[in-house]
Design a protein around this ligand. Structure first.
Ligand code: ARG
Length: 266
């Protein structure tokens, strides 16, 4: 079982390499360039302020990070295509009469979290991490999907017990919620159609750049917009943003490399 994950990951890396290597025949495929990211763009688990879950979750998260299982999860979700797996369709039932925790997420962000079109289930790197931690600690897990923008309010009102949504711990957010340690790092990219010929922030002058509402990409885009003279278009869900890009209603998207990857490779 363990070995097959590695093989899957390795073949996924190879196929992504091939796709990237052969790109260029289709003029309208999506391409990207990296932009400097202010501070760190890591993901962490978020909790309502003062939650008792912070410590045990953080400890179990760190055990996972140090284990081989984490390497396998990274290969599984970040090395390329996501294959259907038994782990992905596993339901987590509480052991005996244990508590079920409600996790909030915004399932528009593969490979962190997305809706599996075949089963309608929410799957992803974050989901596997949540399953690992809740299983280790003996909790059941229920997942609530909502707009990214609604996650912090959901923690504040106690509607969810924690959030895994590729969420970056920022000083501003820390005023309202608590965070675990960072479990994954990313960088920001500008994604656009190859035919638009965009390769630097200067090229964005006078153009429309899409971002997810409430994300740190929104903040970064607002700052860059002043310097480079582009318009920031703020939308709720990533698939909606990609659709606007494909339809030519926006010219570019400011997003994380890890999430962009799936769109670039398609
Ligand atoms: N890391 C960024 C942030 O914290 C974007 C996360 C978006 N997550 C999502 N599930 N749509 O703002």
């Amino acid at each position: 079982m363990k070995k097959s994950w590695w093989m899957l990951g390795v073949s996924a890396i190879l196929s992504v390499g091939l796709l990237v290597g052969c790109g260029g025949d289709d003029a309208d495929q999506l391409v990207s360039f990296e932009i400097p990211t202010e501070g760190e763009l890591g993901s962490a688990i978020a909790f309502p302020k003062g939650s008792e879950l912070v410590e045990p979750f953080n400890q179990t998260l760190n055990e996972l990070i140090e284990s081989e299982e984490m390497d396998e999860l990274v290969l599984k979700w970040f090395a390329g295509e996501v294959e259907e797996t038994d782990a992905a369709t596993e339901e987590t039932e509480p052991t005996d009469a244990e508590t079920t925790l409600v996790m909030g997420t915004s399932a528009d962000y593969p490979p962190y979290e997305s809706v599996d079109l075949a089963t309608g289930e929410i799957i992803g790197f974050d989901i596997d991490i949540a399953k690992y931690i809740t299983e280790e600690l003996g909790y059941g897990l229920q997942i609530e999907d909502m707009d990214f923008n609604a996650l912090i309010p959901a923690m504040e009102s106690g509607r969810v017990d924690f959030v895994l949504a590729g969420m970056t711990p920022t000083e501003e957010r820390k005023e309202n919620v608590d965070f675990s340690d960072v479990y994954y790092e990313a960088t920001n990219l500008i994604v656009s159609k190859e035919s638009a010929n965009l390769s630097s922030l200067e090229d964005l002058e006078g153009l429309k750049v899409g971002v997810q509402l409430g994300s740190i990409q929104e903040e970064e885009a607002d700052e860059l917009a002043e310097e480079y003279g582009f318009e920031v278009v703020k939308l709720n869900r990533i698939p909606e943003i990609m659709q606007e890009l494909q339809a030519g209603r926006i010219d570019a998207v400011l997003m994380e490399d890890t999430v962009a990857e799936g769109h670039l490779a398609q």
